[in-house]
Design a protein around this ligand. Structure first.
Ligand code: MLT
Length: 260
């Protein structure tokens, strides 16, 4: 069974890969704008998130990539542009490793090409233990304070409230499975350096999770990549400043995905 996915628009395919612990719903402020620029938007849901309620003990980035590739196969899509935010970026690296031929253009948003450090893995193990004892409230307590910009916390209460609800709705076992999968992902710096597809790096200026240092490191690894820093945004740049995010992304897609 291919993963469930949302679909809107007509034109060249653009695949949107969601972050942890969200679902394809996170692309609601973006999908319409991308479709209106002449693209067919496909937004899969990874195991345990949104409509995709089947998951195993470990949700590897590789298995997520396989699920996305199955959707494209079922739609007879041979080439698409991919947008991955944070965990979605890790899945995009796995797609690039498996099927570079299917990738027309790459947008890496608030993510990193680096594998987890020992410290990061320890943090994930701690969060898994908290998910077991406190349930999905652990996601709200441990993650939310770090994710959003000052602007979002101060002036966009509906967004922070909506994220809090989405975190609470997330199945704690599914979140733990994805955390295990992220912890075991390989380093992708060399893969990025060897990528010959057009690349854009889009980061919130206050992203404290993946951060602008990581963006600069990826830009050094892939010197022909474009970079864009989104103001008034933290780790979820597409949700916190969708207007700016959509402007940057659609401009890139129109220039780089068309006539690939
Ligand atoms: C995400 O936003 O997908 C996660 O914060 C990524 C991570 O934990 O590495």
């Amino acid at each position: 069974m291919p993963f469930p996915y949302r679909e809107i628009g007509h034109g060249e395919p653009v695949v949107l890969l969601h972050a942890f612990p969200l679902s394809a719903r996170m692309w609601e402020p973006n999908a319409g704008a991308i479709a209106a620029s002449g693209f067919s938007v496909i937004a899969p849901e990874f195991p345990g998130f949104g409509e995709n309620q089947e998951f195993e003990r470990v949700s590897s980035m590789e298995s997520m990539a396989d699920g996305v590739l199955k959707i494209l196969e079922s739609l007879n899509i041979e080439r698409a542009s991919f947008v991955g935010l944070s965990m979605g970026g890790y899945v995009l690296f796995s797609i690039l490793r498996k099927r570079p031929d299917i990738v027309a253009a790459v947008a890496l948003c608030d993510t990193t090409a680096r594998a987890d450090t020992t410290e990061k893995r320890d943090g994930r193990a701690k969060l898994i233990a908290l998910l077991e004892s406190k349930g999905s409230k652990a996601l709200v307590d441990e993650m939310l304070p770090n994710l959003l910009s000052q602007h979002t916390f101060g002036d966009n209460r509906p967004l922070s409230d909506s994220l809090r609800r989405q975190f609470l709705e997330c199945d704690p076992d599914a979140a733990a499975a994805a955390l295990r999968g992220m912890a075991e992902r390989p380093d992708s710096v060399e893969l990025l350096a060897g990528t010959d597809q057009p690349v854009v790096l889009i980061f919130g200026e206050e992203d404290k999770v993946t951060g602008l240092d990581g963006m600069r490191e990826m830009a050094d690894a892939a010197p022909s990549s474009e970079t864009a820093v989104i103001s008034d945004a933290g780790h979820y740049s597409n949700l916190e400043n969708p207007k700016e995010f959509n402007r940057i992304l659609t401009s890139f897609l129109k220039r780089r995905a068309v006539n690939h």
